[in-house]
Design a binder for this molecule. Sequence first.
Ligand SMILES: Nc1nc2c(ncn2[C@@H]2O[C@H](COP(=O)(O)OP(=O)(O)OP(=O)(O)O)[C@@H](O)[C@H]2O)c(=O)[nH]1
Ligand SMILES: [Mg+2]
Length: 367
Amino acid sequence: MLNFNSTDTFAQNVAPPLLETPDVRKARIAQEAVALETSKRIDAELKARRIALQKKPPVKVLVLGQSESGKTTTIKNFQMTYARQAWAQERNSWRPIIYLNIVRSVNCITTILGSEPDALREDSHHPPTLSSHLQVLLLRLGPIRRIQEILERLFSSATISATSQLGSRPQTRTSYALACAHSVYRNTDFHWTPLEAGGPQTEWVMYDVAGCRTQRAAWIPYFTDVTTILFLAPISAFDEWIHEGRRVNRLQDTYMLWQMLCESRLLTHVQIILFMNKCDLLAKKLKDKRIKVRDYVLDFGSRPNDFKTVTEFFHKAFKDIFKKGDKRERRLYSHFTSVVDTKATALTLFGVHDAILKRHISKAGLL
Ligand SMILES: Nc1nc2c(ncn2[C@@H]2O[C@H](COP(=O)(O)OP(=O)(O)OP(=O)(O)O)[C@@H](O)[C@H]2O)c(=O)[nH]1
Ligand SMILES: [Mg+2]
């Protein structure tokens, strides 16, 4: 209860005027009633939002593609664009690992030098040689051995707790919860207005799986659970062979995977987005006049070996496979990307993000 006679400045400021006419008093009381109603309404809205947020299913995206196709790099781009804070935190968490690598390298070098008697021998007839400097250096670097031990102990306990957190899904190499501030902020008349792009604070979970052949069976359990599959096709790899088998061309392997996804009955409800990736490497490769696409892709025939013709040709091939396999006339979203170019990728991701969210919302019956 406020004591209006007190010396409390807040109480004095909110106290009614001392000389208040009946009309002024009536207007004030009416105003206060409206303010109270508004306050109650805001409280109720906030509570409803909190409850809705708790119930809201996360947007789940499975990122697929052969090994080295750019999956992890794409997820890093998503993090940088939509969860910058989490990305910065994760980046910082790599610092001790980098320290450990440096410390290990230094210790390795000092071990090799210490076991080389010639390197440490001092010649008394000559001024101090490099070997005496090395001796001093080895002594000085002694404490680093202890640091290596501490860091290694730290990491072994951190690995155990991370493994237990991943729990029942050991096949997920990495799963990032993009608990992004997904309210999009737009500057209007110098005010920052929060816009809700599919609801505030929608949680995004992106599954990053291993792309090598032996790991692909582990993708299947995720198929039924995701809204969207983001498929990475490294189109620069038309003249390369997958590491697991010299005789399998990387582009052929990608086509085969793509066909499997497009035809899969398990995925008919899933939105598929194609990133024809590594365009920068493709452009570079095609500048070398000795590399001809037709030498690796027979269907390419006598078409010009330039970037535009080659990318259009690959695009058509992916579209044809999609159309043939698709059973529900889904829309195919496809993009030419170089995901190492973070600025250009951020622009692509804005479009992709909206498409995914739209699909997620309509699937959740919220549209
Ligand atoms: N130049 C160029 N390099 C790329 C591009 N995308 C990915 N890379 C590089 O290709 C390598 C493999 O990328 P990752 O993102 O690790 O590939 P991944 O699909 O996660 O591979 P796995 O985890 O082995 O299945 C990394 O060195 C990336 O920097 C691209 O568009 N252009
Ligand atoms: Mg990866």
